[in-house]
Design a protein around this ligand. Structure first.
Ligand SMILES: Cc1cc2nc3c(=O)[nH]c(=O)nc-3n(C[C@H](O)[C@H](O)[C@H](O)COP(=O)(O)OP(=O)(O)OC[C@H]3O[C@@H](n4cnc5c(N)ncnc54)[C@H](O)[C@@H]3O)c2cc1C
Length: 393
């Protein structure tokens, strides 16, 4: 057998999993069709920015890279959620759950850079970038994976961390539930007139949610924008000049952070939601976006993927110590059991949140305001909501 486990997809989820497994002495092959781990200095801040919750931070502490990553983050201590109709705003403070921070904003590539160092230093990980998976062949005690160049490798288990359009999920014929939000997300680095005050600002408008996340590290900017826009409105935004785009944003955000300067290009992409009906099949398991993808409004997609990583590695290590087959359905069922309900609950909560804020139905708005007033007044319930968002369960 070439390696005990093959991980397909070397994004943050796949690379973190490979590092965690190798720490336990497991031989892992990590492959990617692109080169996400070969980063130039100038590309470090060019990709997505992400909000890391405390649970994801614990994983990076376990991998011993958090002390390095922390220097390249901006913390947020408060979340402020409001809507353009002037209904009850929501405020969540770290001090309400006796913490200094609720989470940290970081760029995706900063995490990949630190993981790459671990991967290069690990004798247990074989990294193959620019390697496209072409087929799988399941045998009684192993699974073989073949590549476009004709090479084959065998292992006991293949893990799909190959993102929302997962080839492995399709090859394993795992069905999904998908739905389009009919929205596009626009992301950019901004410099705002007013200080962000270490707050993650989230505004709901009838044309989609806007997040202004504190991030001081991109040159000249202090805010990372994630603006999700209904498709018709998105088309209008795409036709605006940069100056008009900024003006529109200032108006939409009610200048809560004052005047805005655009500091990077504006990038945009379609938003889809996906949930795999099963997280495993014979000798195959799915983690991260290949199993589920979420709307970026709550900034939970990567955090949930990293919780999959923690659960799957715990299940595999326990099975291995007990002498069980790590690729068996029995082992993989334990992983699915640990993750599917929490992930589906989070998906449903986000839908509720989105619907509740974007609706023009006065009854739904009334019910939402009532629920939020209750949540704000009931300190136990509020603490529960903050802990959930911060990844403390
Ligand atoms: C605008 C936006 C903002 C977001 N903000 C947040 C946030 O604040 N907090 C948060 O937690 N999440 C956030 N998310 C979600 C988060 O970005 C994703 O959930 C996370 O990056 C998924 O990681 P992944 O490793 O599973 O997949 P990916 O990052 O997509 O990595 C998949 C890897 O698999 C490789 N691959 C694909 N197909 C193949 C193949 N056939 N063979 C080999 N390799 C293959 C790809 O090259 C890629 O490197 C946001 C998402 C968006 C769109």
């Amino acid at each position: 057998m070439d390696s005990e486990i093959t991980v397909v997809g070397a994004g943050v989820v796949g690379s973190s999993l490979a590092c965690l497994l190798s720490k336990q002495g497991i031989k892992v092959t990590l492959l990617d069709r692109g080169s996400p781990l070969s980063l130039s200095k100038s590309s470090i801040l060019q990709d997505r920015t992400l909000a890391l919750n405390l649970s994801s931070i614990n994983l990076f502490k376990e991998l011993n890279i958090w002390h390095e990553l922390k220097k390249q983050t901006t913390p947020f201590k408060r979340m402020f959620v409001w809507d353009s109709k002037g209904s009850s705003p929501l405020e969540f403070l770290a001090e309400e759950i006796k913490k200094k921070e609720l989470g940290y904003i970081i760029s995706n590539n900063t995490i990949l850079k630190s993981l790459n160092k671990l991967i290069q230093d690990s004798p247990k990980i074989t990294l193959k970038q620019q390697t496209e998976l072409s087929g799988i062949d399941i045998k009684e005690n192993e699974i073989c994976i073949s590549f476009l160049g004709g090479e084959r490798i065998s292992s006991k288990l293949i893990i799909g961390a190959d993102g929302i359009n997962s080839t492995l999920r399709k090859k394993a014929k795992i069905k999904t539930r998908t739905w389009s939000y009919d929205q596009r997300a626009f992301v950019a680095g901004l410099k705002t007139e007013k200080f962000h005050d270490y707050t993650a600002w989230q505004l709901f408008t009838p044309t989609g949610p806007i997040a202004l996340l504190p991030f001081d590290l991109m040159e000249g900017s202090n805010i990372s924008l994630v603006w999700s826009a209904e498709i018709d409105y998105a088309e209008k935004l795409q036709k605006l000049t940069q100056k008009e785009f900024v003006k529109e944003l200032e108006e939409k955000t009610e200048q809560i952070l004052g005047k805005i300067d655009l500091k990077t290009d504006i990038r945009s992409f379609p938003l889809n939601q996906l949930h795999a009906k099963s997280y495993f099949s014979e000798r195959i398991a799915l983690v991260g976006d290949s199993a589920h993808s979420f709307h970026p409004l709550a900034g939970q997609g990567l955090n949930i993927g990293l919780s999959d990583v923690t659960s799957l590695s715990a299940v595999l290590i326990k099975a291995r110590r007990s002498g069980l087959d790590i690729g068996s359905k029995r082992t993989l069922k334990d992983y699915e059991r640990s993750r599917k309900i929490p992930n589906l609950t989070m998906a449903a909560l986000m839908e509720l949140f989105k619907e509740g804020f974007e609706t023009s139905d006065p009854w739904v708005k009334l019910a939402r305001n009532f629920a939020f007033n209750m949540a704000t007044k009931n300190s136990t319930l509020k603490k529960r909501v903050i802990k959930e968002a911060a990844g403390i369960t």
